[in-house]
Design a protein around this ligand. Structure first.
Ligand SMILES: Nc1nc2c(ncn2[C@@H]2O[C@H](COP(=O)(O)OP(=O)(O)OP(=O)(O)O)[C@@H](O)[C@H]2O)c(=O)[nH]1
Ligand SMILES: [Mg+2]
Length: 305
């Protein structure tokens, strides 16, 4: 792979919560790496996904969506996004189309580009996402508007969900990658360890299963992750984790009547974890109450924020 036409570097995906950053990362990798839900603020930590084709290795940094911080947790999430912008060789600002009178949120876009993207001092591409939601005419009009208003190195429109125009984004990113050799081995999809993705899967299932404030008041910690039977690879692997909530009432919701809700959670999570690891697991979920964990710096630190 040492051909002179090879390029490698870091691309940061930034944008509003729900813009579709994680969906796009997964689409590019053709692999479900980063968790995706219809709820905003799903991604809380940086997710590194390694895209590879014969001409390029793109180390994609999927980031937490940019929002007004209301807690220490949000501050850490924004700090993660800031770090990714520093690490990036090229920034992809993802701006989603929406159905309705305003095809893009112009106020947010302005804040994103002027307060976050431009100050990073890197070349940036505006990628208009969710193009499946609007007409081709709208796409063209907004593309031109973005080009005229922000002078990015390029504007493109795509649909991460449907996978349309994805290759075009790769082509636009490639010239901005500074290295001529891959940074990571061919088979590597991410720099984060398996246990990180196990916790993410459980968090995704919480986001999908529970309503209101529950997903936002919850954190998942892996307490134990070990092979139970080293000499017998067919045997189940033990994963013990804690679902951290803020109040007893939330614990009751997570557990549900006669434990039905937590059982359902465990089943949904286990199916995906087994698919990720490619081996059977025994998953134990405990619920712990840690009042105000989202505001406590020391707790946040222990959870990896
Ligand atoms: N119609 C449409 N929906 C999309 C597209 N891409 C993502 N979505 C949906 O938008 C929602 C949010 O997607 P995510 O990928 O989780 O968005 P994100 O930017 O990572 O969100 P945060 O992690 O919360 O910052 C999900 O319901 C996706 O299915 C797209 O191209 N078209
Ligand atoms: Mg995300």
């Amino acid at each position: 792979m040492q051909s002179t036409s090879f390029s490698c570097g870091h691309a940061a995906f930034v944008g509003a919560p729900n813009a579709g950053k994680s969906t796009l990362l997964n689409r590019l990798l053709d692999h479900k790496l980063s968790i995706v839900t219809p709820k905003p603020q799903t991604t809380r930590k940086k997710i590194t996904g390694i895209y590879l084709d014969e001409h390029s290795q793109i180390v994609i940094l999927d980031t937490p969506g940019i929002m007004e911080p209301k807690q220490s947790l949000h501050e850490s999430m924004l700090e993660t996004t800031r770090q990714a912008l520093k690490e990036a060789d090229i920034i992809v600002a993802l701006i989603p189309f929406a159905k309705g009178d305003e095809p893009v949120d112009r106020n947010f876009t302005d804040e994103l580009i002027t307060r976050w993207v431009r100050p990073a001092g890197k070349p940036f591409i505006i990628a208009l996402n969710k193009s499946d939601l609007v007409t081709e005419e709208t796409v063209k009009t907004v593309q031109q508007e973005m080009l005229d208003t922000y002078s990015p190195v390029a504007v493109t429109a795509l649909s991460g969900l449907q996978g349309s125009n994805i290759d075009e984004l790769v082509k636009l990113v490639r010239p901005h990658l500074p290295l001529d050799e891959p940074l990571y081995p061919e088979e590597m999809l991410s720099t984060e360890p398996e246990r990180f993705f196990v916790a993410e899967i459980i968090r995704e299932k919480i986001f999908l299963q529970y309503g209101r404030e529950i997903p936002y008041s919850t954190e998942v910690v892996i307490d134990e992750f070990r092979e139970q039977h080293e000499n017998d690879p067919g045997k189940k692997e033990l994963i013990r984790c804690s679902v951290v909530v803020e109040r007893n009432s939330q614990k009751q919701i997570i557990v549900g009547a006669k434990g039905a809700a937590i059982k359902k959670l465990g089943q949904a999570a286990r199916a995906d974890i087994e698919e990720l690891l490619g081996r059977p697991v025994f998953l134990e979920i405990f619920v712990k109450i840690r009042p105000d964990w989202r505001k406590k710096k020391s707790l946040l630190k222990s959870y990896g924020y």
